[in-house]
Design a protein around this ligand. Sequence first.
Ligand code: BV8
Length: 256
Amino acid sequence: MDIQRAAKKITRAKHLVISTGAGVSAESGVPTFRDALDGLWAKYDPQMLATPQAFRANPKLVWDWYWYRRELVEKTRPNPGHYAIAALEKLLPEVTLITQNVDHHHQQAGNKNIITLHGSLFAYKCANNCQGEPTSVEVSRLTWKPEDAPPTCPYCGKGKVRPDVVWFGEALPEANLRRAFELARTCDVMLLVGTSNVVYPAARLPIEALYQGAFVIEINSNPTDLTPRMSVFLQGKSGDILPQLVEAVREELGAE
Ligand code: BV8
């Protein structure tokens, strides 16, 4: 059975790297990036809104979109898949989690050793980084009229405040990206969960792992372009499969 095979490899991993995308949060009620958001946002293409150009052209539209997503995510909670990933970090000697997600659910579920690649819905910065990259801004200390959104940077009084996420066409945080690639190139087992493997450079991580001979396990509700190259593909909802995988790892550990 593939779950047992995956559990054996995970239990014996010297360094397990887990790489997650929006699919791991789908069962929490967080729309995946490709899902059109509902209501008035359904007509917008996320890839068009998540860009510096869109923010320059229409800062209020982009700000409101993120504020809407943040309020939506604030009402959601980690699901059994997040908690299973947190359990793996506790059960095994060396586990690093790399995530493309901006919803903070892995932190809430208890993972400590996390590399975030695309920032957070709950962090903000001055669009001009007037005090250096990034000029973080605590929006809870600011007040602004909804019609005047986004607020102005409290440091320079000129730059607009923006979400501290990585937009299309923007560089990922250098240290995090370097560390993520180092891990992909040296790990012996990678667990890839809920990502369409479409957005680069994050999509290159499993390819680097496969290239250096790591055992790569993919969990996804649908096959992806990389599925044919995976060591094991576990098809289904991550909230169902991950707890079963952790159960099998516990049995393996107990058996050892
Ligand atoms: C960069 C934060 C260079 C913001 C995100 C042409 C022009 C410009 C750029 C490019 C170009 N061609 C390529 C590029 C590069 C571009 C890119 O890759 N584009 C793609 C579309 C081709 N990348 C970039 O621009 C990156 N930057 O390259 O900079 C550079 C270098 C130096 C100096 C300057 C510049 C930046 C990319 C980061 C963009 N920001 N997010 C926000 O959230 O608003 S990306 C965002 O989309 C997510 O973070 C995530 O990374 C991505 C979506 O992917 P997934 O997470 O995989 O989610 P998705 O919805 O796609 O899939 C969900 C999966 O889950 C599916 O497979 C589904 O089957 C599965 N699933 C669903 N439910 C479940 C499930 N699985 C299990 N269980 C379930 N229940």
